[in-house]
Design a protein around this ligand. Structure first.
Ligand SMILES: *[C@@H]1O[C@H](CO)[C@@H](O)[C@H](O)[C@H]1NC(C)=O
Ligand SMILES: *[C@@H]1O[C@H](CO)[C@@H](O)[C@H](O)[C@H]1NC(C)=O
Ligand SMILES: *[C@@H]1O[C@H](CO)[C@@H](O)[C@H](O)[C@H]1NC(C)=O
Ligand SMILES: *[C@@H]1O[C@H](CO)[C@@H](O)[C@H](O)[C@H]1NC(C)=O
Ligand SMILES: *[C@@H]1O[C@H](CO)[C@@H](O)[C@H](O)[C@H]1NC(C)=O
Ligand SMILES: *[C@@H]1O[C@H](CO)[C@@H](O)[C@H](O)[C@H]1NC(C)=O
Ligand SMILES: *[C@@H]1O[C@H](CO)[C@@H](O)[C@H](O)[C@H]1NC(C)=O
Ligand SMILES: *[C@@H]1O[C@H](CO)[C@@H](O)[C@H](O)[C@H]1NC(C)=O
Length: 567
């Protein structure tokens, strides 16, 4: 009977979780605060690295503002003022956290936040067709675009199949078309706004008139592709359901409640404006395209915004986790969310293939290039605003993300070592039960030995959960981010997962296939792999095993010594 059930378990487990490597998150969400658990001091020399980048002559007319915030506090910031400024119209001559930039398409994330608020309020549904909220799209001569199949969610997720642009991004009129080998044409019927007419803002009738002439790129929900038109329409949807202008809605629903005092849709005065030499775009009004790229703001306001998003992304509306991908983009590592550009990479962490998830939104307008980057596992958010040369953003982003994530890992594993590792013995001393925990960035937190009532669990139950006799494994602990007592934030719930070790060369095609399953088996109704940490008593509870184990006195001291050595 015992044998039968273990075989059954192993068969089940091998189907459910074949070859799952490097589970994540690998640690509970850190609570970073300025001054305590100081991440900034682990960012060894990052300021110098950023200064070195802008010391290049190429960047003499470029300024930047970068800020790192946690879910609680701004942890670190750096600002740079261009060495060369326009003497007659310099804008700010001392760039700081309150200096204003154009953030271009980062605006799209604000527009979607507004849409999520309206969804949560029941004023619209993400899964309604857009024509429920834009009467013009129902008219019999509304063109060839399949409006009845395009939902609000599809617009927000860049998967509507709509053409990318209206009123911009056209080679017509820039210079002599024959320079490009393009035939000269009259351009009859083109819009008479924006790109085609000295940046005169396009209005909604011009938008609809232009869309009537367009074909879809893809069928709705077939494939994601970047599109500004999506967000112009979402702005109109917001106006339809709220009864106020897009700009008023953003101000009253987002800017004011989040105390974003430097954030506007109308161009602010020059006083705090970052105005690179040669810029002509400050003050250019997107009109109906404002919801796609109209916001002016500062890095310190964006830090406030990121703190809000980092702490609310899974609490904005029932059924919506705002950080989840809506579709894959191109390649293995890029995804579109609503409207996030999500990147998962294993290249940042040298010691493990555990992926780091970067939930981002970038923006580019003439002379302004920006990006917000949230790292939900780490509870961290980065803002990078640049004005000037377009290469600067990419250089800063590479340095900042790698240094910030590696510094965070350094602090995190030091804390994990101290808080969790050591030998835990049954609180009932006549019971021969014990658990030995260790950690490293490559293995994460693992169980090294597990004796229960004199039985070595590593020889009995765990291999059965793994389901392969040959493939090496480790017993990794994975946090669920839940607590037994949520009110008191006590009793951290983790799960023990039998995790495959990578075996170099001999990997098969299907080795990377993992349908995660963390609820592997129960014993008498309780999850056999549930591990609860009661830090106040330094106790681990194994509910299914009906046992509590306390960390051996001295192990914490031992761990502290290890930590000191690491420093
Ligand atoms: C919103 O759109 C609906 C459906 O297209 C339309 O009937 C309604 O009049 C619009 N409301 C406003 C305030 O524009
Ligand atoms: C939109 O702009 C066009 C061209 O400037 C103008 O004729 C039209 O009245 C405007 N429509 C609205 C609704 O403002
Ligand atoms: C929902 O729509 C109504 C009517 O337009 C508006 O008054 C209300 O403020 C909206 N709710 C929210 C949360 O914006
Ligand atoms: C400097 O600012 C003045 C005033 O706005 C403007 O006319 C001029 O074109 C600017 N020069 C450059 C190189 O940006
Ligand atoms: C401790 O364990 C022993 C041996 O299993 C058992 O007899 C005893 O009842 C346990 N004591 C408590 C307080 O659970
Ligand atoms: C320990 O194992 C013995 C048999 O080996 C069993 O009688 C006893 O009930 C077990 N105690 C616990 C607490 O698991
Ligand atoms: C506890 O059990 C383990 C595993 O069976 C065994 O190696 C060890 O000697 C036992 N310890 C005691 C004190 O009985
Ligand atoms: C959770 O913790 C709070 C505060 O310490 C306490 O009052 C409450 O009784 C606890 N709840 C449970 C279910 O233990």
């Amino acid at each position: 009977m015992a044998l039968f059930s273990l075989v059954a378990l192993s068969v089940f487990a091998s189907f459910a979780s074949a070859k799952c490597y490097d589970h994540s998150p690998a640690f509970p969400m850190p609570l970073w605060q300025h001054g305590t658990r100081d991440l900034a001091s682990a960012l060894h020399g990052i300021s110098e690295k950023l200064k070195a980048v802008v010391s290049d002559n190429k960047y003499e007319m470029s300024s930047f503002s970068v800020e790192l915030t946690s879910n609680m506090d701004t942890l670190w910031s750096q600002h740079h003022t261009a060495r060369k400024q326009n003497a007659t119209r310099p804008g700010t001559t001392h760039v700081s956290g309150d200096s204003q930039y154009r953030i271009a398409s980062v605006t799209k994330s604000f527009t979607v936040l507004g849409v999520l608020y309206q969804h949560a309020a029941g004023n619209l549904s993400l899964d309604d067709p857009v024509l429920n909220y834009i009467p013009e799209l129902s008219s019999p001569d509304s063109g060839k675009l399949p409006w009845k199949d395009i939902t609000i969610r599809a617009l927000a997720s860049q998967i509507s199949g709509l053409p990318r642009e209206m009123g911009q991004g056209d080679l017509f009129g820039i210079r002599d078309p024959t320079d490009y080998g393009l035939p000269p044409v009259e351009g009859n019927g083109l819009p008479t706004c924006y790109w085609y007419n000295h940046f005169v803002p396009c209005n909604k009738s011009e938008l609809f008139r232009d869309l009537k002439t367009k074909d879809p790129l893809f069928a709705p929900n077939q494939k994601s592709t970047y599109g500004n038109v999506n967000f112009a329409l979402l702005g109109l949807v917001l106006e339809n359901v709220t009864g106020v202008s897009y700009s008023d809605y953003m101000r009253t629903a987002i800017f004011e409640p989040l105390d974003l005092t430097s954030t506007f849709l109308d161009a602010p005065s020059d006083e705090n404006a970052v105005l690179p030499v040669g810029q002509y775009y400050w003050g250019v009004d997107g009109g109906v395209l404002r919801p796609s790229g109209g916001i002016y703001t500062s890095s310190s306001d964006l830090s406030k915004y990121l703190r809000y998003v980092l702490t609310h992304f899974n609490a904005l509306a029932t059924g919506v986790n705002w950080f989840m991908p809506a579709s894959w983009a191109t390649g293995l590592r890029s995804f579109y969310g609503m409207p996030w550009e999500i990147f998962r990479t294993e290249k940042i962490l040298p010691e493990t293939d555990r992926p780091v998830t970067l939930v981002t939104k970038g923006g580019g307008q003439p002379d302004y290039f920006s990006k917000i980057i949230m790292m939900p596992e780490y509870g961290l958010g980065l803002t990078i605003l640049t004005a000037g040369h377009q290469d600067l953003l990419g250089e800063l982003q590479e340095i900042l993300t790698t240094n910030v994530v590696r510094a965070a890992e350094e602090v995190i594993w030091r804390d994990v070592e101290k808080t969790y590792t050591g030998t835990y013995l049954a609180t009932n001393s006549s019971l021969n039960s014990s658990l030995e925990l260790a950690s490293s960035p490559s293995t994460s937190l693992i169980v090294n030995t597990f004796i229960s009532n004199g039985t070595n669990v590593f020889n009995q139950l765990l291999p059965g959960l793994h389901g392969s006799d040959e493939h090496p494994w480790r017993a990794q602990l994975v946090p669920t981010l839940l607590y037994k007592n949520e009110t008191a934030q006590q009793g951290e719930v983790w799960r023990l997962l039998v995790t495959a070790e990578r075996m170099g060369e001999e990997s098969g095609v299907w080795d990377d296939f993992c349908s995660t399953d963390i609820d592997v088996a129960s014993y008498a109704g309780l999850p056999v792999n549930e591990v609860v940490f009661w830090h106040e008593e330094d106790v681990i509870e194994l509910p299914a095993w009906r046992v509590k184990l306390r960390r051996r006195i001295g192990d914490e001291e031992q761990a502290k010594l290890v930590v000191q050595e690491l420093r």
